[in-house]
Design a protein around this ligand. Sequence first.
Ligand code: GCB
Length: 592
Amino acid sequence: MLRPQDTPTRERKPLGGLWAFRLDAAGDGRREHWFAAPLTDAREMAVPASYNDIIPGTESRDHVGDAWYETTALVPRGWAGQRIVLRFDSATHAAVVWVDGVEVMAHSGGYTPFEADVTELVQPGGRVRITAVVNNELTFETIPPGIIDDTPQGRRQTYFHDFYNFAGLHRQVWLYATPTTYIDDITVVTGIEGADGLVDYSVVVAGDASEVSVRLLDAEGVEVATGTGPSGRLRVPGAHLWAPGDGYLYTAIVELLDGAAVIDSYEQTVGIRTVAVDGNRFLINGEPFYFTGFGKHEDTPVRGKGHDDAFLVHDFDLFDWIGANSFRTSHYPYAEEVYDYADRHGIVVIDETPAVGLNFGLMGGVFGGRTLPTFSADTLSGPAQQAHEQVIRELIARDKNHPSVVLWSIANEPESHTDEALDYFTPLFALARELDPSRPVGFVNVMLSPYGACKVSQLGDVLMLNRYYGWYVDTANLAAAEQHWREELDGWANENKPIIITEYGADTISGFHSVNPDPWSEEYQIEYLDMNHRVFDDYPAVVGEHVWNFADFRTSTAIFRVDGNKKGVFTADRRPKAAAHKLRERWKGLGN
Ligand code: GCB
């Protein structure tokens, strides 16, 4: 799905700002048709933002159910005769949208865009009322999954992942206009032949097929290749490759032509690069690549998961400062602005679906002492698997053209040591490969399915391991931790696949110091990371290290969480802990 753009034939209008807002825990609004008239008893709410922490009090923070959003927008007079589209970059986790009281779309999945053609419902030059009901419930039929209990104190949401269930309109909402015959989709796949860059493109046109023309411009705007027809190959002699640290982008100007008239035009950025796995090496442009960086979260004070350009720029400036070249979009697809930025700055991305928490074995006690099987007819089965398929489809459709994305992660820490897990994941790996044969596919393995026990790892092109030796096991005993870590890695290192350590980390309270390396102290975080690095450096198959986490982040309340998860190398407001300086020394020293 193409992002809205301003081009000579297209125009967009962001609708972010302050919207009318009303929580509806009882679910009255759908019954009483709140969408039919302007929202009553509403308050103001920022868009984009999570609503949870904006309003003081637990009613908003712990809300379970529907939340109503409403705005009005003027449809530009100049859009007469155009196709007019309403698009939400995301609504977490599900939404129904009305325009002047008429339902135009419904979507589930909290981290990917959805849109509707609203041409027939709006009048250029007139105002429209846009209403969205956004629901944050997680069940055995959603990705990520959860359980809702009716309790005497109201409905309570439980979920199996370690970050706060922030909800609302987290990203931009747009009205945009295109011609009625328009470019519906573009796919680019790049290759390298000697000094030439290859760009295979295909364009999907909606409406009466016209002529398609593609002109590829370099970063200075000089035309370097041209093509005609809905698909083809462009050859760029002496191409400037996209590479880690060098986000060089070409721009493909894709046009629909009718003779000399341009019917529609779209600008698709193109980074020419290849990605491949060769034995235990991860290759970008044929060169071995070593990942340094973090698992991140979309999480900032007050606005929760709401996208924020200031934090976008600041976080990646901190990447530069510390020597990080990559990150994983743990544990869901991030705002598209993030990938565009990564493309331009040569930051490498492991792109993850929102499939997190598919592992009930990790959840001791949450089912009232019972242990439920993860994959079974009564828990995660057909509907969850279909929702999982949908998030894979929507992720790849959205992010396929980003050169920064080098690897798909289809799940984080699912149960993976059972036959049921193997059955569940086999078709999902096949689907990801069918949708994108150009990138490797993997999933992130959990410590409970160690070497020898995991049945799903055989399906992946790379091994992604989250390991907490010295934190959740061998706590405060780094010598034992090191020994156990090496014993396990000895096994994985024989699989002839690249290993990326996608998580290792220790909770650390900023400002807590100790002469001895006591857990939670800044000193312990340093010693813990040092031990891990000693281990990684002894295994050539280890091709990457992503510390958990870039910054401290919010979680649900738990006795092992003090005001959230404190494994950040930076605090929630992005101040470095002592470990940040040590990491900087190491990563700046590694080069790549
Ligand atoms: C993990 C999860 C991550 C948690 C982390 C932790 O393995 O993937 O979501 O936040 O551990 O800190 O426990």
